[in-house]
Design a protein around this ligand. Structure first.
Ligand SMILES: CC(=O)SCCNC(=O)CCNC(=O)[C@H](O)C(C)(C)COP(=O)(O)OP(=O)(O)OC[C@H]1O[C@@H](n2cnc3c(N)ncnc32)[C@H](O)[C@@H]1OP(=O)(O)O
Length: 429
């Protein structure tokens, strides 16, 4: 069977203002292939608008694998058998630095064509092109944990799914300051985006949001319902000067004889905003359970409660998986601890970032260059990805057998790479 890998530049094909009723058929067929690959319904209505606008604003590259010949009656030659999207945004790497980030999503291969190397072909082409364009880091979120390690990706940020008992027993140890007012989220996409922009600028581990988050946060599109969420409600937190420093977007769902408040998005730029929004959520009557799937691993809420047992973690989720493309750009673009030096041997199954790299850290900033000196520490490129944002420590990875070196070398590297807190991304894509 002959396959052709093609790439479409969404902004070029759709123009600046795409009309969802009359999309270029190549793009629409590509979208329907993605929907089929993720076992979703056909895309229509609001979904076409949100997706097309997002593709254009984010300048997405849509890769597709097409069949040369299609048997009579089978899905047509314009619908790809495999899809893959990428676009560029930024990653907060700590100490206020934003690193350019190559983001990958919408990876599907039609079941009748899987395990023939189509994902491998799209991935290796895309990563090579991103590296050639000068990007030093790529990222994705995964449907299954077993797929992307072979391509050099490692889990780098995690989040908690939490449930909070908001019955009469709920109380914070101290009242949060500031004030919360309800808003209609459908009309506040700009305000929500602005709060997120400030959160992104100050939070290590945050990845910038694709454009369609404007609709997801505001509830003008919901990716489970594939439509406008008419039950979506919202509230914002004002700091004592009156400035909005956090928001929450949520809906209440009935389960048997009770109700659950499901938080879709909660973004806060200060602890008062974060705790104030939780205090508001707990004050919603007729609901005794609030759930949220993007709580930080180090969650102040747990420790602000008068009764910490009202807080439960229902699941831990790996969220952002990173892939180093260029070790110099990636390692120099990160926050480090103290001063010292070390030679790293990086093993890379795709040959993009492998080799020996001399790392020199002075007062938290690194300079990195290729080296022929003997390696102090040896690791795989996916292990470096997991260490990169401080989501896991070097001693833990050494105990897992994923770092090799003498005890002294491992100690030096562990001290340099260590970061004081866990990273937090609130954005899946
Ligand atoms: C970033 C994202 O978009 S995440 C979403 C990923 N997509 C999905 O989960 C949708 C449903 N699944 C699919 O569409 C496909 O099965 C895909 C995309 C996961 C895999 O596509 P394929 O073309 O079958 O993969 P391909 O043949 O290139 O396999 C590449 C390698 O990955 C391995 N692999 C592929 N799928 C899986 C899997 N689900 N679990 C474990 N390993 C896998 C293959 O065995 C192969 O390994 P090898 O090269 O070391 O021998």
């Amino acid at each position: 069977m002959d396959y052709q890998l093609r790439a479409l530049n969404a902004a070029e094909v759709l123009g600046p203002d795409p009309d969802p009723e009359h999309l270029d058929p190549r793009v629409e067929q590509w979208m329907q292939a993605v929907a089929m690959g993720f076992l979703d319904a056909r895309i229509r209505g609001a979904g076409l608008r949100v997706w097309a606008e997002g593709m254009v604003r984010d300048e997405m590259v849509l890769r597709g694998v097409y069949l040369d010949e299609v048997p009579t009656g089978a899905l047509g030659p314009d619908m790809p058998v495999a899809t893959f999207t990428s676009f560029d945004k930024t990653l907060n790497t700590g100490a206020g630095q934003l690193l350019d980030l190559h983001m990958i999503t919408d990876v599907t291969v039609r079941p009748s064509h899987r395990r023939r190397g189509l994902l491998r072909q799209m991935m290796t082409t895309d990563l090579r092109e991103a590296k050639d364009r000068g990007l030093s880091m790529a990222a994705l979120t995964v449907s299954e944990g077993s797929i992307y390690g072979r391509f050099g990706f490692g889990a780098a940020t995690w989040c908690r799914h939490i449930a909070l008992d908001t019955s009469r027993r709920f109380a914070l140890r101290d009242e949060a300051s500031g004030r919360v007012e309800m808003v209609d989220p459908h009309g506040h996409a700009d305000l929500f985006s602005d709060v997120f922009r400030r959160f992104h600028a100050t939070t290590r581990g945050s990845v910038d949001r694709p454009n369609h988050y404007r609709d997801l946060s505001a509830g003008t599109f919901d990716d489970d319902m594939l439509d406008v969420d008419h039950a979506r409600r919202g509230a914002v937190h004002h700091d004592p000067s009156g400035e909005v420093d956090g928001y929450v977007s949520y809906r209440v769902e009935r389960t048997d004889r009770s109700r659950e408040l499901k938080v879709h998005d909660l973004v806060a730029t200060s602890s008062d905003a974060y705790l104030g929004l939780w205090q508001f959520l707990a004050s919603v009557d007729l609901v005794e359970r609030v759930s949220f799937r993007r709580a930080p691993m180090e969650d102040p809420l747990e420790f602000a409660l008068a009764d910490p047992r009202l807080y439960s973690v229902t699941r831990l989720e790996d969220l952002i998986w990173l892939r180093v493309l260029d070790p110099v750009g990636a390692l120099e673009g990160r926050e480090w601890s103290g001063s010292g030096s070390c030679v790293l041997e990086l093993r890379d199954p795709l040959g993009l970032a492998g080799g020996r790299w001399a790392l020199d850290v002075a007062d938290g900033r690194a300079s990195v260059e290729a080296s022929t000196a003997p390696a102090d520490v040896t690791l795989d490129v996916d292990t470096l990805a997991s260490l990169y944002l401080g989501g896991v420590t070097a001693p833990t990875l050494a105990r897992a057998g994923r770092l090799e070196g003498s005890p002294d070398a491992l100690r030096t590297f562990a001290e340099l790479v260590h970061l004081p807190s866990r990273p937090y991304s609130i954005t899946g894509f």
